[in-house]
Design a binder for this molecule. Sequence first.
Ligand SMILES: [Zn+2]
Ligand SMILES: [Zn+2]
Length: 482
Amino acid sequence: MTVEIHEALTMHLIREDGDEDLCLAMYAPSTGALRDSALIREACLPLDGEREVHGNATVTGRYVLRVAREARNRGLGVVILHSHPRGRGWQELSRLDADAEASYAHMIAQVTGLPLIGMTFAGIDETWSARRWSAEGKHSAAESVRVVGARLRVSWNERLVPAPSAMPSQLRTVSAWGDRTQASIARLRVLVVGSGSVGMDVAIRLAATGIQKVGVMDFDVVEEVNRDRLVAATRRDARRQFPKVDVAGRACVNAATAADFEFQRHFLNVTTPEGQSAALDYDVIFSCVDRPWARAILNQIAYTDLIPVIDGGIGIDTFDTGEMRNATYRTHVVRPGRPCLQCNGQLDPAEVSRDRLGLFDDPTYIEKAGQPEVGKQNVTMLSASVMASQLALFVSLVAAPSKFGEPGPLRFSLTTHRLQHVEATTNPACIYEHLVARGDRRVPLAQTVATSPAAGLGPIRTLIGLVAPYLVGGRVKGTHLR
Ligand SMILES: [Zn+2]
Ligand SMILES: [Zn+2]
């Protein structure tokens, strides 16, 4: 859920008189390759007389039916939530709670066609717990509950996903942010999309930090021309055209400090349905790709599926003589509450559609358009700065030093070495940012193979049509920041 929904729910659930309280909400399913999530779209607080509070709160059948009908009309599911104001940590289900939730599970599944989700909020340390009910009244516990804002707060089901014990090799890391933060960060599933000069280094450092599950997604192979930036790749890797994802895997396994490190290999393109589904299994995604279409996919799931995306890129300006004029890098966390890549001037919908048509792989188009190839100029020493900034944003997001979360979009200019906060605002017509918690009803941007140039362009046309009037002068300067 977003932090706004979390606040609306807890404001209701934590009462001044200290009694338990209860309410309902609606959710959208988000289906990954291996993981299902329920994204809370909207809190549905009770109207007068729709619930009774007397130590153990109860809802009326009228309330449940009202919300179930509305959920059905909107294609959503129902969540039933209650509080344990004096509870701490993940709450196991008492017999009384289980009976109450089970009594609605069948009716809600019948009305909405989606399973009932039950949630409990522990008031002392603000921990959420959750479970899914089958229509037959059997429940299975969730692994975690994520609240996405300037900070990513995760409540962990310690029984299913126990905190890993800190290793001697992690002593310096743990002494920087403490056991609790380390235990939470180590359990996050983190995906790096794009295993180039930035992505590969990001992945290695995630593994070294002690994160247990690091995924890397890339469908490219190493070539000699990559070796000035892929510092983990060898001459032999280039000679035998080794997949970049396997170079990343080897380096991550060597660097990992977690006792049971798992490298998740995705030799896939995130613009395919398989690539997109795999991405939905993760808690945080690093966007280290240079193609507009791939970034559009990640830009969308940051909102539709509430997965924070840490994106960054570098643009190098050269004089006509070929010498360097300036280098600018920009980094930002894309999430509900922050401008999307399009509003932030980092993604041009026209380029997304050109990429989708395969024009960026067509040498005659590139020549005719007179545009530099995306990501053509790069310097490994500067990629390290982009990586550093993206990782620092990750630390702000998940460890939040002094309770400050991620700071909003950043821009660094190499000539003057000035770091600025970018004043990007949301375009009122932005459609990405209106798709918060859409889940599986996201705009279908991913596609298996481009059959004909016009195939599957419907949604893209819609995107362009809605946004085009607000694009001044077509290409936004800095689009090629990679
Ligand atoms: Zn209870
Ligand atoms: Zn936007």
